[in-house]
Write a protein that binds this ligand. Structure first.
Ligand code: OAD
Length: 239
């Protein structure tokens, strides 16, 4: 592995790369994180806005919250970090993005292989008739499905299980990479937080990009203390 003078590995040195991203990846696009300064869960308690029980009790209140988020995220564009990851996917033999983010910014930047562990803010599903659709309106123009049921945001709320097909794809990607780059996650939400351990067990090099230490920091071979755009730029010479 080639290291730059300040100890940063080059993504170019690896053939099979997984980028594992959290809210910090999109912070420089203007999407608020969940925890820390300005975090969403400081202002909104998830028990009232982000779980099935809240939706069953007061669907309109839960939709007001998700429409508020649609309004913010809809104005945000991918940042340089998202773009560097999309460029890496074009250049390197095998690149997979595993994201906890629901904002869709990796796809907007042009990345093709994105596994969304927690779903997508722009996708909807109907719990009654099973319909699904993508709708980027903000606020959502019609909160009811044609069968009369409320659309439900197709995202993983607190207490929901992850989508089994996504878990399988993520486990396979983690097991099959040479380099795992974790970017902007506080690593406190399970089971997502422990997924880099699959890559670790499989012998991959693990890099963590975050301005702060996290509870998982010690499992990473290289810890880069800085922002997503700053550190991905440093890791991308030659891309
Ligand atoms: P958090 O909000 O918990 O953590 C954001 C992390 O990003 C923190 O560790 C920050 O230090 C870091 N950070 C902030 N700005 C950054 C920047 N410019 N560059 C790099 N890192 C930066 O977000 P997640 O870990 O993604 O789940 O949260 C995990 C899950 O908790 C979310 O997917 C969501 C939430 O509840 C659901 O809603 C199901």
């Amino acid at each position: 592995m080639t290291l730059s003078p300040d100890g940063v590995p080059n993504i170019h040195d690896f053939a099979r790369v997984v980028f594992f991203t959290g809210a910090g990846m999109s912070a420089e696009s203007g999407v608020p994180t969940y925890r820390g300064k300005g975090g969403i869960w400081k202002e909104y308690d998830w028990e009232s806005y982000a779980c099935q029980e809240a939706f069953d009790a007061e669907p309109q209140r839960v939709w007001d919250f998700h429409n508020y988020r649609r309004g913010i995220v809809g104005k945000c564009a991918p940042n340089k970090g998202h773009e560097l990851i999309a460029a890496a996917e074009k250049k390197l033999p095998h690149v997979v993005v595993v994201t906890q983010n629901i904002d869709g910014l990796h796809q907007l930047a042009g990345t093709k292989t994105v596994h969304e562990l927690h779903g997508n803010l722009w996708k909807l599903r109907c719990s009654r008739c099973g319909a699904r659709k993508m709708d980027r309106s903000a606020p959502l123009a019609d909160v009811k499905c044609s069968c009369g049921e409320w659309w439900r945001p197709d995202i993983v709320w607190f207490g929901d299980a992850l989508f089994p097909s996504v878990i399988d794809a993520v486990a396979e990607a983690m097991d099959d990479c040479d380099l795992l780059v974790s970017i902007g996650t506080s690593a406190v939400v399970y089971p997502a937080a422990q997924m880099p351990l699959i890559a670790k067990r499989a012998g991959a090099t693990l890099v963590e990009i975050n301005p702060e230490d996290t509870p998982m920091s010690e499992v990473f071979d290289v810890r880069l203390r800085g922002t997503a755009t700053e550190m991905l730029t440093k890791m991308s010479w030659g891309l």
